[in-house]
Write a new protein. Structure first.
Length: 298
């Protein structure tokens, strides 16, 4: 064996009906968000920003979850308490007088179920008190994403010297977090016979891509996980002198496939699924990663 180094929530009918009715009446009346077709209390003045809170159902830290506005290719990320703020570009940058319509606001962490909300935009501004946005420009309710797959890596050995030259064995274990089967994709595993991991320095964030060529071993690139956890173990050739000393997270290269996924979200994040690159690390995941320590010889 040679080596090479190198469920979405469907928007409710009530929400859709409320959003469609709001938009149609505004268009028919020729009014903006500051003028309410229902009276003084139905649609309040909007702005270019909306906010809210995203939680993870298993209690994990929600920091880094992506909030994606379909139709605008805009993203924002949550902070450590799950709060986010998403701001539209100025109306003049959207078109002649700004965009109009009902758009999907998506909430995304790759190994969790996708959720969404609807927002109404008129003349390039969000309409408050319409769709799933309240009169203050916030989501009516916090979003909670349910976990689909628990991702865990383990390694042997755990510690190597800078003089080390040999294999480390990396095991990736995938366990479903609910009753549904989940499909996980390992790109290029069957097409090119290559498995990949990332080594990310815990302190500096510097990352390295390492591959192993699986000569003579046929492995499907898509794995369906049910009640039984799935474990895959591959050897990766490592030369300790190539890496700065310190602790490294061991991150497997894989995608959890969603039945319903925000259209174009990976492209907006900057990831090309047809290529393997460090941009992959921009995708939000929650993993339990093993740590490899590289040290100077005693």
């Amino acid at each position: 064996m040679s080596r090479l180094i190198c469920n979405c929530r469907i928007i409710s009918q009530d929400t859709i009906c409320r959003s469609v009715l709001t938009l149609l009446l505004m268009i028919l009346a020729g009014v903006g968000c500051t003028e309410s077709p229902f009276g003084s209390s139905s649609v309040s003045g909007g702005s270019r920003s909306v906010s809210g809170i995203v939680n993870l159902g298993d209690g994990a830290n929600p920091e880094g979850a992506v909030v994606f506005l379909d139709g605008f290719n805009l993203i924002s990320r949550t902070d450590s308490d799950g709060s986010f703020l998403l701001t539209l570009p100025p109306p003049g940058a959207q078109g002649v007088s700004g965009m109009n319509g009902i758009f999907g606001l998506w909430f995304y962490v790759n190994n969790y179920a996708v959720d969404s909300a609807s927002v109404v935009i008129r003349d390039g501004n969000f309409c408050y008190n319409a769709g799933d946005i309240n009169k203050h420009g916030r989501l009516y309710a916090e979003k909670t994403l349910g976990k689909l797959v628990h991702i865990k890596t383990s390694i042997d050995p755990l510690v190597i010297d800078t003089s080390f030259s040999g294999d480390i064995r990396v095991t990736t274990t995938l366990t479903t977090a609910g009753p549904k089967q989940v499909t996980v994709w390992f790109p290029r595993l069957s097409e090119a016979g290559i498995a990949w991991i990332f080594l990310r320095h815990v302190e500096t964030g510097e990352a390295f891509l390492v591959g192993t060529s699986l000569v003579g071993l046929h492995a499907s690139s898509k794995k369906t996980i049910g009640n039984t956890p799935l474990s895959l173990t591959f050897p990766f050739a490592i030369r300790g002198s190539r890496y700065p000393v310190g602790a490294y997270e061991i991150i497997p290269y894989l995608y959890v496939l969603h039945e319903h996924s925000p259209p174009g979200i990976l492209n907006v994040i900057g990831v090309d699924t047809n290529d393997v690159g460090l941009e992959y690390l921009n995708i939000p995941f929650k993993r339990e990663c093993a740590r490899l320590r590289i040290r100077f010889p005693n």
